[in-house]
Ligand binder design. Sequence first.
Ligand SMILES: [Mg+2]
Ligand SMILES: [Zn+2]
Length: 171
Amino acid sequence: MDQAFDAVLFDRDGTLIRDVPYNGDPQRVVPMPGAREILRDLRTHGVRTGVVSNQSGIGRGLLTETQVAAVNARVEELLGRFGTWQICPHHPDEGCACRKPAPGLVISACAALGVRPERTLVVGDIGADVAAAEAAGAVPVLVPTEVTRPEEVERAPRVAPDLHAVAGMIR
Ligand SMILES: [Mg+2]
Ligand SMILES: [Zn+2]
C-alpha cells in the first residue's frame, strides 16, 4: 500500500488482545502477536492510534462499565496509551449508531483525533470491522482469527495474516 495514514484505529478483542468473550478481568488481557511492535512503530512515526470496540456485554448486563474500563486500563499498561477510545456499550437490539458495523465509533474516533477517515486505517478481525470502516469512509484491513468466517475474508478488500504484516503495509 503506497498510501500514507494519519491514524490507525484498532478493534480491541481478537485484534489488539486475545478475544475472551465478555471479559471483565484485567488479568486475562493478553496482547495479540505483533501488537506491541506495530504500536511502537506507529507512535515512533507520529501516526495517531485509537481503539474502536463493541462492548455489548454492558448492554446485556454481563459486564459493568467499571470492568470494561479496568480491562482497557490493562490494555494501555501492556500496549501504551491510545489517542482515543471509542466504546459502544449498547445491546445489539438497541439499534444504536455506534455499534459496528455502523460507522459511529470510527467517525467519533477520527473526530477525536482530528484526522480524516480516508487517511485512517481500521484494523479488525471480523466483517463488522471492515463494514464500519467502509461506512465511515476509512480504509479497512482484516486480520482474520479462528472466529473470522471465510466469506468475511473473501469480502474484505485488504487482508493481512497478522499485525506484523499490517505494520509492513503502513511503512
Ligand atoms: Mg474483534
Ligand atoms: Zn452503540
